[in-house]
Write a protein of this length. Structure first.
Length: 229
C-alpha cells in the first residue's frame, strides 16, 4: 500500500459526492418513484380480464426484461429527442440532456421489474377481500386503491427496496452516455491524475458500504413487517 495515493481521494472528495453521488441518488430516487407508479399500472394491466390489455402489458414487460440495460440506455439517449419532437410537433430533435434521458430510461426499464413484484403482491391478497370490496359497492379501481394495493405494498416493500438497491448499482451504467454520476466523476478524476487504482477502489468501497448498509436495513424491515396471509 506504499504506492497508494490517499491524497487524490481527499482532494476529490467534495467533487465526487457533490457532483457524482448527488446525480446518482437523484436518478435513483426519480427512477424508483416513476418505476413503482408505472410498474403498478402495468401490474394491474397484466391482471386485467381484458386480454388485449393484458397481452400489451405482458409484451412490454417481457421486452424490457429481455434486453440488456446498457442497450436501452443507448436507444433512449438517441431516440428520446426525436420522440419528444414528434410528440410536440417540432421539426428538430428536442434537447433532453443526459440526466433526463437516463431518468426516462431507468423509469421505463425498472417499471418492468417493479411490475412483476407488484403483480406478485396483488396476487398474494386473498380474492375474498376483492369480492368484499365489490359487496360494499366499490368499483374495481376503488377496490384496488383502498383494499388491495395498500396490503400489496406492505407485503412487497422489502422486495421493492431490494430492487431499488439494484437500481442504485445499475445507475453506474450511465457512463456510456458520458453522464457524470458517481462512477463517471471518479473516472474523470482517475484519468486526470492517472490514479485509476485509487479512484476505482474508492468507488467500489463506497458502493459496497451503501449497498450493504441498505441491504441490512431491508432485512431488519422484513423481520418487523408482518406478511398478510
Amino acid at each position: 500500500m506504499s504506492g497508494f495515493d490517499f491524497d487524490v481521494i481527499q482532494r476529490s472528495w467534495g467533487y465526487l459526492f457533490r457532483e457524482g453521488m448527488s446525480f446518482t441518488l437523484t436518478l435513483t430516487a426519480l427512477a424508483m418513484a416513476g418505476g413503482i407508479v408505472f410498474g403498478t399500472l402495468l401490474a394491474m394491466m397484466r391482471l386485467s380480464s381484458m386480454r388485449p390489455v393484458s397481452l400489451l402489458a405482458g409484451a412490454y414487460v417481457n421486452l424490457m426484461r429481455s434486453i440488456p440495460l446498457v442497450l436501452v440506455i443507448f436507444w433512449f439517449f438517441f431516440l428520446v429527442p426525436y420522440i419528444g419532437a414528434w410528440v410536440i410537433g417540432a421539426k428538430d430533435p428536442i434537447k433532453v440532456g443526459a440526466f433526463w434521458s437516463a431518468a426516462i430510461t431507468f423509469t421505463m426499464f425498472e417499471a418492468a421489474y417493479y411490475c412483476e413484484i407488484m403483480r406478485a403482491g396483488i396476487q398474494s391478497i386473498p380474492r375474498g377481500q376483492v369480492w368484499s370490496g365489490y359487496a360494499l359497492g366499490l368499483d374495481y379501481w376503488q377496490t384496488m386503491a383502498r383494499i388491495v394495493l395498500p396490503q400489496a405494498f406492505r407485503n412487497m416493500l422489502p422486495v421493492l427496496l431490494t430492487q431499488t438497491i439494484i437500481l442504485f448499482q445499475d445507475t453506474s451504467l450511465v457512463y456510456v452516455i458520458s453522464a457524470t454520476d458517481f462512477l463517471g466523476a471518479a473516472a474523470k478524476v482517475a484519468n486526470r491524475d492517472y490514479r485509476l487504482v485509487e479512484m476505482y477502489s474508492f468507488v467500489a468501497v463506497v458502493y459496497f458500504v451503501v449497498s450493504y448498509g441498505l441491504s441490512t436495513l431491508v432485512r431488519r424491515l422484513q423481520e418487523r413487517i408482518a406478511i398478510i396471509k
